[in-house]
Design a protein around this ligand. Structure first.
Ligand code: FE2
Length: 281
């Protein structure tokens, strides 16, 4: 196999190295990448310069694409390639993108299995800001004392879009806010997600609102403390984008957020999502 991996940090992140670019677009490579994601949470492909068709091909090979948001975008790409941008010509509802300034996991408050992984390729970077930061809840969970892990294993958390909009309160007009959150329901997820192969990660982020069976302050304090734990330097990393980079991360193990950037910078990322096969309930 002509794909190799270099560790970015001991507990999180690998850089993918290849001799022949074509070796990335094979079923064998897709299997290897899936296995590596489960171990490392974040995979960086420097300057891969993907076309949309190639990005969809990798997404399909790695498990099949799933469409998340994007219904509001006036984009000119394939409907499965979501253009992440603050450009009002393309994205008339930038609050969805502004929400990504805060640590979250994609698709958590939606009533289907959350995506297994997200692929993001940089088409245009911002001159300042716009990096993406990742915090591994796989590494964070593994780093907790055993007794604490056992206590967390049985907890359940309520996720909602409304909770994820809290950091944007005051920005979005009340009428629009109601429209955005009014159509959504609350979804109960386990705090600790045991994947089919046995590895465990925590489902956290802005959508996580409260812990079932705990008082609201006690539950939220726990959620904040666990998130802060996963953000420590040993379990997290920041990716400085070069145009052409592809990053794939395991969505149910990798909290992610964008560093703020100028909406006029033209920053453009193309996102696809790999369907989650596992029911998280
Ligand atoms: Fe996201």
């Amino acid at each position: 196999m002509a794909i190799r991996f270099e560790e970015i940090k001991p507990a999180v992140g690998s850089r993918v190295v290849w001799d022949d670019r074509a070796d990335i677009f094979t079923p064998e490579a897709a299997q290897l990448l899936r296995a590596k994601l489960a171990e490392r949470t974040v995979l960086v492909f420097p300057k891969l310069d993907l076309t949309d068709d190639e990005q969809i091909k990798i997404t399909d090979l790695m498990g099949g694409k799933v469409k998340l948001t994007g219904q509001f975008n006036k984009q000119d790409t394939d409907e499965n390639v979501y253009q992440v941008t603050l450009d009002p010509e393309i994205n008339p509802q930038p609050e969805y993108v502004l929400g990504t300034y805060f640590y979250h996991m994609d698709g958590m408050p939606v009533d289907f299995p959350p995506p297994f992984a997200t692929l993001l390729s940089a088409r245009k970077t911002a001159p300042k800001g716009g990096q993406t930061e990742f915090a591994s809840t796989l590494a964070g969970y593994a780093g907790l004392p055993e007794a604490e892990r056992a206590e967390l294993d049985c907890l359940k958390v309520i996720h909602s879009v409304e909770a994820s909009m809290v950091p944007l309160r005051g920005l979005i007009p009340a009428e629009q806010y109601e429209k955005v959150i009014g159509i959504q329901r609350e979804i109960e997820r386990p705090l600790v997600f045991t994947h089919a192969d046995g590895h465990k990660s925590m489902l956290l982020g802005t959508t996580a609102d409260r812990v079932v069976g705990m008082s609201i302050p006690e539950g939220r304090a726990l959620l904040v403390r666990l998130l802060e734990w996963c953000c420590q330097p040993a379990y997290s990393l920041r990716h400085e984008w070069q145009e052409g980079d592809l990053v794939i991360w395991e969505n149910t193990a990798g909290l992610h957020r964008a560093m703020p950037y100028d909406p006029a910078s033209g920053r453009m990322m193309h996102r696809t999502s790999i369907a989650g096969a596992e029911t998280v309930a």
